[in-house]
Design a protein around this ligand. Structure first.
Ligand code: KIV
Length: 295
């Protein structure tokens, strides 16, 4: 986050994030970019107020919120719905919408129309697409239409079937070279930043050195220009084991379960609601006709 002269925190923008990378190149005091996923109004608002730079309405919403087995079934309408909610909660961070599988891999004009919907209808300030060299054309087309694009290479969850599972990428010399080419292609096509997911930290460091746009790592080690995590991993709100790179900062799953258990026990034991948690009829009405009381 950057501080403006009156002491408040400046709005995160695409040029500001790019500038941070170029300043970082000749500074040892480099300011990392903080990113998190959000899918609804309250969490987006809380993370914006806490100072995160980029809020990604990730297609991970499909798995962590909607209960699908992968990100593949997510529809445009579902993604737009969540992006609108996030938009309402964010003032300062940059809001990036993840384009769902199938909405940008085919016809280029359809991809443009879908990206425009995220900006026009949902208020996104940028979109994210997965893939490297194969996405050159679509990234260039969206950028030309003034829609900033975040790239995403490495372990790209929308390629789960092609990859044969969620596997760390770039572990062979050939794989690493391909990823370097992918990252350069994404930059050349006009993307303003690039997510590096599930790749060796040494390769992520090399890619970070070789491109002029900020790299945002997830499972890619500490040498990227920024980091992103899925919020539900960070909060302990998932039902499967978290990946090794996902540091858990809270255990909200347990907090929620405990709160619900206590509530059920209080209702069943008659201690909720108490008299203090109840409305009372005005004394003049006591014993009279039932009255309607506003909340
Ligand atoms: O959908 C998502 O949450 C993502 C991040 C993991 C980068 O794409």
């Amino acid at each position: 986050m950057s501080i403006i002269p009156n002491g408040s925190i400046a709005k995160a923008t695409v040029p500001e994030l790019l500038q941070r990378k170029s300043l970082a190149a000749d500074s040892t005091n480099k300011k990392k970019i903080t990113c998190l996923t959000a899918y609804d109004y309250p969490t987006a608002r809380l993370m914006d107020e806490a100072g995160v730079d980029v809020v990604l309405v990730g297609d991970s919403v499909a798995m962590v919120v909607l209960g699908y087995e992968s990100t593949l079934p997510l529809t445009m309408e579902e993604a737009l719905h969540h992006t609108k909610a996030v938009r309402r909660g964010v003032e300062r961070a940059l809001v990036v919408a993840d384009m769902p599988f199938g909405t940008y891999q085919g016809d280029i004009n359809e991809a443009l129309q879908n990206a425009v919907r995220f900006v026009k209808e949902a208020g996104a300030e940028a979109v994210k697409v997965e893939g490297g060299e194969r996405r050159l054309e679509v990234i260039a087309r969206l950028t030309e239409a003034e829609i900033p694009v975040m790239g995403h290479v490495g372990l790209t969850p929308q390629s789960v079937n092609a990859m044969g599972g969620y596997r760390v990428q770039g572990k062979t010399a050939g794989g690493a070279e391909q990823l370097l080419r992918d990252a350069r292609a994404v930059e050349a096509a006009g993307a303003f930043s690039i997510v590096l997911e599930g790749i060796p930290r040494e390769l992520a460091a090399e890619i970070t050195q070789s491109v002029r746009i900020p790299t945002i790592g997830i499972g890619a080690g500490p040498d990227c220009d920024g980091q992103i995590l899925v919020l539900h991993d960070l909060l302990g709100l998932t039902f499967q084991e978290s990946p090794k790179f996902a540091r858990r900062y809270a255990n909200l799953g347990e907090v929620i379960s405990q709160a619900v258990r206590e509530y059920c026990s209080d209702v069943q034991g008659g201690s909720f609601p108490s008299d203090l948690e109840s409305y009372h009829a005005p004394s003049a009405m006591k014993g009279g006709k039932p009255i309607r009381i506003a909340r």
